[in-house]
Design a protein around this ligand. Structure first.
Ligand code: SF4
Length: 217
């Protein structure tokens, strides 16, 4: 039998919040994350230049789906204002084999990105758990390539045609699409981040990273 759903309350004790945050850290790890940390929203680094990287060099996913600009149209101030209404978030890291993110084949939509898919799924499951625990305003942000690349590489985005996202419960905007400097945030956690560009070879780095964030309350 499925677990009962707890009655919603607008008031959440510090004790419950602490307990729930621990639960989400454990959940992320159980789902396969390499590490997960509770952070304050003041540790979310927002920078307009991150979004500029969607434009230069132009990302192949730009404009192809609901979760990338220009369809995902929050501006920096709106994002900052929104995030400042919360206190805590779960920051999630997954190490992936370098081969997933390196080489000229990376931009080929047929190149498999299982680590990216896994991060989308971890973020969505943590967000969902928080929702059912009464943190009804929890917001998720995935990592790496866009939802188009991860879920709909062989199909047109239904969302931008007004037909609804075909993966609505799994897809989310990426951290970088929402101005979050995930690299700097990861580095602040002590997680090792390596810049990966078109010319990076898998033998040059020990691992690649997927990063995701769920803002809880
Ligand atoms: S339909 Fe596919 S590409 Fe479009 S927003 Fe949903 S997951 Fe992304």
């Amino acid at each position: 039998m499925s677990k009962d759903i707890r009655e919603f309350s607008s008031k959440v004790s510090g004790e419950k919040l602490t307990r729930d945050m621990k639960k989400y850290l454990n959940l992320a790890l159980e789902l396969g994350a390499t590490d997960a940390r509770k952070i304050g929203v003041d540790e979310i680094i927002l920078d307009e230049r991150v979004r500029a990287r969607c434009y230069s060099p132009r990302c192949p996913d730009y404009g192809t789906n609901l979760n990338c600009p220009p369809h995902f149209d929050w501006d920096l101030e709106k994002t900052r204002e929104l995030i400042n209404n919360y206190k805590y978030a779960i920051f999630i890291m997954l190490k992936v084999p370098p081969e997933e993110q390196t080489g000229r084949e990376y931009t080929n939509p047929k190149h498999p990105v299982p680590g990216a898919r896994k991060m989308y799924e971890i973020v969505a499951k943590v967000q969902s758990a928080a929702f059912y625990d009464g943190h009804h305003l929890a917001l998720g942000f995935a990592g790496g390539p866009s939802c188009k690349r991860v879920f709909c590489s062989a199909a047109e985005c239904r969302g931008i045609k007004g037909e609804g996202c075909r993966m609505a419960l799994k897809s989310n905007p990426s951290m970088h699409g929402a101005f979050m400097d995930a690299y700097s945030m990861a580095s602040e956690m002590g997680w090792k981040v390596y810049p990966i560009g078109k010319t990076t070879e898998s033998s040059q780095i020990p691992h690649a990273l997927e990063l995701g964030l769920v803002i809880i309350r």
